[in-house]
Design a protein around this ligand. Sequence first.
Ligand code: EPZ
Length: 420
Amino acid sequence: MDRIRIIGGKPLKGTVPISGAKNAALPLMCASLLVDEPLELTNVPDLVDIRTLGLLLEQHGVSVDRSAVGRMVLNGKGVHNTTAPYDLVRKMRASILVLGPLVARHGKAKVSLPGGCAIGARPVDLHIKGLQALGAEITLSDGYVHAEAPKGGLRGAKFTFPQVSVGATENLLLAASLAQGETQLINAAREPEIGNLAECLNAMGARITGIGSDCLTIQGVERLHSATHRIISDRIEAGTYAVAAAISGGCLTLTGLPDGILDSFFDHLIAAGVTVEQNPAAQSVTVTAGELHGVDVVTKPFPGFATDLQAQFMALMCLSQGASMITEAVFENRFMHVPELMRMGANISIQGGSALVRGVDDLTGAPVMATDLRASSSLVLAGLAAEGETVVSRVYHLDRGYEFIVEKLRNVGAMVERVA
Ligand code: EPZ
């Protein structure tokens, strides 16, 4: 298995182009199950998760053409199989997003329950309750969700999410686009990736209003049609490189980043002593390191501080002056990076859902590994600042979500290589 070897201490300088967002691309690919015409996606990142979902969609009967770089054409005309098997779903939880579109367009679906994961139990009860509200009959047996639409198809309904869920909002948005009548999704997630999905569905002929708010209204239509859609930039990747600039004592310009999608994160960086200059006209942000102070963080759904940036911010706080209380309020077990950061010399104590980080003067390189994507990226960031050599194992986590991470870091001066 590959590892990433980093020699720390080099201030990063230059420009990092931000890739298309994994978490926008995945639900958008599932929209192909709603139509029998081509759906063309551009700015598609080349990531393992994207390939895994491509395989799942192919076994449903979607044709997936990735012959041009950054472009993907999916065609759901040949969909014949409504079962999403365990072997593929267990590799990637976002596979549950095929459930809504399959029931909506094909009247039934059998999708493996994804099971728990490293960052928490992550149930899918809200996806199920929401589809039941649209009239789907759902049973759970043999580790699978079996869903069937009523005669005449799903029916629009008012559904209030008891808790904000990105994936459940996406699943219902996809399904409600082809339901009969009006659906209202209240307390819906507001992540920019959801707006991106809604815009694509509208380009395909759906009628969704309230985009960007926590109340989405969908007037169901009988059929959707072909469209071309650009995937938004990956705000989590951008946030990760912003920390890379700050933690390495450097200055990076991140390009291709729309305004307003990282405001809460940037506010926290600024409070920590980092300079963030946004240039909305050029869709770029320049992040310059400064003297770091401890800042408290509580993760929240958008527009709050993203849980997907908690581990990276913690790496930064390890080197700040003073203390920082980092509270993870979205997932119950998202501190796997803590023991590894401590092996690099960090001073962190966990108390329930919070981690108290007391800044230290230096981190030292060490062999480390992590059990999820963002935890892995926090270790790479710590390695960029640490004295000596850090070797991050289990690189396959990074391959799921960071396009060309080694190349992008090397281009801005990092001493980093991938070793077999
Ligand atoms: C999405 O996961 C992202 N994944 C995650 O990114 C991200 O961390 C998360 O949203 C929160 O922002 C994709 O977009 C593919 P949720 P999702 O449903 O949709 C609970 C990354 O590193 N919940 O908003 O699965 C759940 O357990 C990843 O790129 C239920 O209880 O997240 C969690 O505590 C990891 N029942 C909270 O809600 C449900 O039916 C939020 O989860 C669904 C969720």
